[in-house]
Design a protein around this ligand. Structure first.
Ligand SMILES: [Zn+2]
Length: 291
């Protein structure tokens, strides 16, 4: 059974890629409301329906907090900004320009996802005056509640984690892996995965003394330090495995070999295509590291 979320933090399954338990959006209820990672562009009606079903007015939403700008996290943002006139969008300063003009971002997603591009939906451009760039340790105020944003690069250079000061919960986005069916799985997708930065970010998250980790894929993870330590090991072993296989296999053969070895990771919304992308992200990292 999934751990319950901390008080006044609701998990809304956003239905990314047609999977029920793969994409998690969180609603934080302060005097004002904030959403963390609203999901793909297809999630907009689903999120608005959730408000209706729970007798809450979406007009109480003042902020969207983005952990990073991969389309399965950010896509719904443009649609929600269109619907809700006072909504501000918080994002790492390296991600901000891509929300205002998403053309390079969309081209990059097309490049790494190939034929699966349409499943990722799109991102409507967001007016510049709605976007708030986050610096080192920015604070977000929801009236009765505050969050701190902390850069956590590695999965992507524009990644941030958020700590809710009221509960100690930390929203990890993709910086601490996927947590699917209570199993940790590496998330090393292209184009910018960086092992050393990822490991440093895991230590940074641990220093926040989280009470619980709230994964964007999927749900609350209890025992945060244990999970962070475990993920460090999994990530190191994963990169080592690809690095070893890289010496004996050509690209497509290598992907097949990894699929054979890691078949037990599949399921809970984690597909062969996702696994193949994680392989390619590590290969790209190894090639620019000169390995
Ligand atoms: Zn991501």
């Amino acid at each position: 059974m999934r751990e319950p979320s901390p008080p006044d933090i609701n998990l809304i399954p956003n239905g990314a890629f047609g999977q029920e338990d793969y994409g998690a959006t969180y609603l934080i209820e302060g005097e004002e409301f904030a959403l963390v990672d609203p999901g793909t562009s297809d999630s907009v009606p689903r999120l608005l329906d959730w408000f209706k079903e729970n007798s809450l007015s979406p007009s109480r939403l003042s902020s969207i907090l983005l952990t990073h700008i991969h389309l399965d996290h950010v896509g719904a943002t443009g649609g929600l900004v269109d619907e809700l006139s006072d909504l501000k969008v918080y994002v790492h300063d390296r991600g901000a320009p891509h929300l205002v003009d998403p053309s390079d971002l969309l081209a990059s997603v097309k490049d790494v996802t190939g034929t699966r591009f349409s499943e990722y939906g799109t991102l409507k451009p967001i007016p510049e005056d709605r976007v708030v760039s986050l610096d080192e340790r920015s604070t977000i105020n929801l009236g009765s509640r505050e969050l701190v944003a902390l850069p956590t690069p590695g999965h992507a250079p524009h990644h941030v984690a958020y700590k809710d000061l009221a509960t100690g919960a930390v929203f990890t986005g993709d910086s601490a892996g996927l947590y699917l069916g209570e199993e940790l799985i590496p998330t090393t997708t292209p184009p910018s995965f960086d092992l050393e930065k990822s490991l440093a970010s895991l230590r940074k998250i641990a220093k926040l003394s989280p009470s619980v980790l709230l994964y964007s894929h999927f749900g609350p993870g209890p025992e945060p330090i244990k999970l962070l330590d475990e993920y460090e090991l999994i990530l190191r072993e994963w990169v080592e495995l690809i690095s070893d296989l890289n010496r004996s296999y050509e690209e497509e053969e290598l992907v097949n070999e990894v699929l054979n070895r890691k078949r037990d990771w599949l399921g809970n919304g984690f597909t062969e295509e996702e696994l193949a992308m994680n392989v390619r992200g590590v290969q790209r990292y190894l090639s620019w590291k000169g390995n």
